[in-house]
Design a protein around this ligand. Sequence first.
Ligand SMILES: [Zn+2]
Length: 176
Amino acid sequence: MEILLKNPENDHLMKILYAPWRITYIKWFSKKERECFLCEASRDEDDARNLVVHRGQSCFVILNRYPYNNGHLMIAPYRHVRRITDLGDDELLEMIKLLKLSIAALESEYKPDGFNVGLNIGRAAGAGLEEHIHLHIVPRWVGDTNFMPVLADTKVIPESLEESWRRLRDRLQALF
Ligand SMILES: [Zn+2]
């Protein structure tokens, strides 16, 4: 659903996309009162429940519970640190190695046409969880939508998270 709002600065109409699951996420996130879901997921042993698809030495790979697209992954260090400058060389190296393997797994399973990979550093950049750094990997298909609308998109996610979790965990296991 789209909502039109008038921009007070220039009277232009702005299109706002209504994204129900993002609102669920915001409610869920504020209810958690700043508990860190990445730390919880890394400590908990139930990888299926937490959607953790791979555990490395210093970093792990987890499916985004409120994805912008099928197979939207995040790579995070186990350590609860905010900034890329807080990471050691070992953590940085593993993060990039896991990026490579995650892209390989996504290519095998989903045949995307491309990827958006990035860090949202700080609230102004759209970080939902700014206290614990994480690298986003969003698979893209030609014609899905442009990158910026992806950030506030509403569309059908045809595959269940449980199915994505099983496919990507198995594929990453095979790659290691
Ligand atoms: Zn954390």
